[in-house]
Design a protein around this ligand. Structure first.
Ligand code: LMR
Length: 337
């Protein structure tokens, strides 16, 4: 009797467990948590919201996308760990943030003065190199879906900066990339790795003196209110890899995957289409605020920045990997030649 009872309980529990597992994706709706660190009114923030809109529409509500902006759930490093653990399903970290995960090749995107413009950049992300870089993520439990643009970085500080020598001794916040570390050291600055969500506070309290970012990131974090000077160097690039937890994504039934793939394709076009305008408008708004002085380097000043920062390419070649570097140069040209 007892044995029978146990057997019954066992069978019932197993049945329930299998039933739940088997129907995990049949349940309505499937939730995709999409976490990111920037404001909703940025290229990435708007791209995430667009994906949500399209994914929910194309799956007829069978998928619900919850977007968590502004590091609401996780800061930079933690969000990658959360994705690997499956606590969130989708992220769009900047390409600079893949180095600490062991995918150092992504730091190629951080090299100063590598991409002359967005067209050059997109030849890389939309071509073979972009695909090969995504392959490096699969053994980390991550699938790369798309590259989203933000834009080119400008420098800021509380003292005027015109020339690389003006950076001497400044504590400058960087993302967690060895290439960015080398780049700041090349101009005599002291790089400080810090999560994006902490930058405004660190600038306003003087924990760091300056930082580099896209106009859109600076403006939406109100950095122009705590940085008196900016220099529009456009010396480097910030863009994103939209990534998902591989197990989750692979486990989605085909009738959901197809509409989600379509939603991602369209959200990608949208995010990439708006990125230039978003950054131009942010730059104009910061100028109009009168709270910061934005200078454009003269051609000679620009040359001085290029000269000071280009040696970084050689310095970090081993870290980024000769193969990746050569493959990128083959597409966009070697800026040292
Ligand atoms: C930063 O940390 O400065 C940026 O990567 C933030 C972002 O995601 O654009």
């Amino acid at each position: 009797m007892t044995i029978h009872r146990r057997g019954f309980v066992f069978a019932a529990t197993m049945g329930l467990a299998l039933g739940v597992a088997g129907s995990a994706f049949a349940q309505n709706p499937v939730i995709i948590k999409f976490s990111h660190v920037v404001a909703p009114n940025t290229p990435k923030g708007k791209g995430a919201d667009k994906f949500k809109e399209l994914a929910e529409k194309y799956t007829g509500g069978k998928v619900k996308v919850e977007v968590y902006p502004n590091s609401q759930l996780y800061k930079d490093k933690e969000e990658l760990e959360a994705l690997q653990l499956g606590s969130v399903q989708m992220l769009a970290p900047s390409l600079a943030k893949f180095g600490p995960l062991g995918a150092r090749e992504f730091e190629v995107f951080d090299l100063p003065f590598l991409f002359k413009d967005r067209a050059a950049l997109q030849k890389v992300t939309k071509g073979e190199v972009g695909k090969k870089l995504f392959d490096k993520l699969s053994d980390k439990g991550i699938t790369g879906l798309a590259y989203w643009d933000n834009g080119f970085k400008i420098l800021s500080a509380n003292k005027p900066i015109r020339l690389p020598t003006d950076m001497q001794g400044l504590k400058v916040r960087i993302q967690s990339s060895k290439v960015l570390d080398a780049q700041m050291r090349a101009v005599g600055a002291i790089p400080q790795v810090m999560a994006f969500s902490e930058v405004y506070q660190a600038l306003s309290t003087g924990v760091v003196d300056g930082e580099e970012n896209t106009p859109s990131n600076k403006f939406t974090q109100k950095m122009h209110e705590v940085q008196k000077h900016m220099l529009a160097t456009n010396h480097g690039y910030i863009g994103y890899a939209v990534i998902v937890n591989k197990k989750f994504w692979d486990g989605l039934p085909a009738d959901l995957r197809a509409p989600l793939d379509k939603a991602m394709l369209e959200a990608t076009d949208y995010a990439n289409d708006i990125s230039t305008k978003e950054n131009d408008e942010a730059l104009a708004a910061m100028k109009a605020s009168g709270k910061t002085e934005i200078t454009t380097p003269t051609p000679d000043e620009y040359k001085a920045w290029v000269k000071a920062m280009l040696p970084v390419h050689q310095e970090v070649a081993n870290r980024v990997g000769a193969q990746t570097l050569e493959a990128v140069y083959a597409v966009v040209g070697d800026p040292r030649k």
